[in-house]
Write a protein that binds this ligand. Sequence first.
Ligand code: FES
Length: 170
Amino acid sequence: MTTPCSKKQSKLDLIKQVSRDDIDRWVAKYPANQKQSAVMAALRIVQDQNGGFLTDELMDAVAEYLEMPSIAVYEVATFYSMYELKPVGRHKICVCTNISCMLCASDEIVNHLESRLGIKLGQTTPDGRITLKEVECLGACVDAPVIQIGDTYHEKLTPAKIDKILSSLN
Ligand code: FES
């Protein structure tokens, strides 16, 4: 039989120990009564733990762990583009199409990526390898046009550079 207590326990169990240790390092950066300040880091950590996307259960677990309302966690997860609420490919290519990138021909970059991968923005290749995502300014306007893959920025892009990058992805 599931008791309220065991239910709570199983929710928190969704966060692996290694992730908790990582979250705790972020929590320690803030005053003791401001654990929720670590919510963005916590969401990134559990998203990585879960293969690149968040589930309601994981967001609830983060809320429980940081002692904050679930709705406040959902608000963060649905506002920022780095969080995913459904499965994504092994590699997520985030393409900036904001003003500086647009002026530096990000549409050419998008067209080239779409034609090379056979998918549109917002889609994942059928083999689950690559997701193409349109994002707002990545803060690297001076080197536009820009894409981000994982933690790496690729800047001053051309179709030829895109080909090189794609062939380097496993
Ligand atoms: S507009 Fe693309 S990085 Fe700023």
